[in-house]
Ligand binder design. Structure first.
Ligand code: AKG
Length: 246
């Protein structure tokens, strides 16, 4: 569970970073499956623009028992229930590989804009749990967040489907610059098993990975069972429609 000061940080800054939260053995079990998972012929396997490097495995917990076990750990589920004050279901679970030398950027964006416009999400009662599957350092494309930006509106930009292989409601440079001017940027770094709990309205993104180290990360989005999304326009392999509490 989160302490009172961690809960305050989450509320004020829109995120809280907990280093070395999850057992490394459970992380390694997922990493060991990656060659097999990346070779699957499934729509959930998304490639980078080079058409060869796997960028993401959408809803990986539905076809990897190791990933399913990892994301059900009470060490991450209980703090999310504490933040949201209810039971939760898995809305989305994406494994981003950000491979050494080839992993592409994630443009600055707010997840909640997509949930609102595309997924019929009633309210922002979700938490994004970002699980470090490798050590994250300053070189391998750490996730960057703009603290406090979760308090701003969910900006309704058009989808950018040109910059990377994955369409996203990216923010304009001027929108990012004005948020950063007020709030700055943080980039939590730490060993595998570390976790960021983030408000889904926070502005975040990451640079490409030109380092020799992979930066595998799971982005698990949990939604309150009292806030079920209604009628997403995105396919089920992108957005789950199983509302069973975790
Ligand atoms: O993997 C990354 O660096 C970006 C993840 C992200 O933007 C997200 O989960 O919304």
């Amino acid at each position: 569970m989160l302490s009172t000061s961690q809960m305050d940080d989450y509320s004020d800054e829109g995120y809280v970073f907990v280093p070395e939260l999850l057992p490394v053995g459970d992380i390694r079990a997922v990493i060991a499956e990656l060659p097999e998972l990346c070779a699957l012929q499934r729509p959930e396997v998304i490639f980078e623009n080079d058409s060869q490097t796997v960028r993401s495995l959408m809803n990986v917990h539905t076809y990897s028992t190791a990933a399913d076990k990892l994301i059900r750990n009470p060490l991450i589920i209980d703090p999310v229930k504490q933040i949201l004050g209810s039971d939760v279901y898995v809305f989305q679970c994406v494994l981003n590989l950000k491979r050494a030398f080839t992993g592409d950027i994630w443009q600055w964006h707010q997840d909640f804009s997509t949930y609102l416009i595309d997924d019929g999400m009633p309210a922002n009662r979700l938490v994004n749990v970002l699980i470090f599957m490798d050590e994250v350092n300053e070189f391998n494309g750490p996730l960057m967040l703009v603290p406090g930006s979760h308090r701003g509106e969910a900006i309704k930009n058009d989808v950018d489907d040109a910059t990377t292989s994955y369409p996203i409601r990216a923010l304009d440079n001027s929108q990012v610059a004005s948020a950063v001017e007020v709030n700055g940027i943080v980039a939590p770094k730490g060993p595998a098993g570390s976790v960021i709990f983030a408000n889904t309205n926070i502005i975040h993104g990451s640079a490409s990975n030109v380092s020799p180290w992979d930066r595998v990360l799971i982005s698990l989005t949990l939604n309150s069972v009292e806030n079920k999304h209604q009628g997403s326009s995105r396919p089920e392999w992108v957005v789950m429609n199983n509302f069973s509490p975790v």
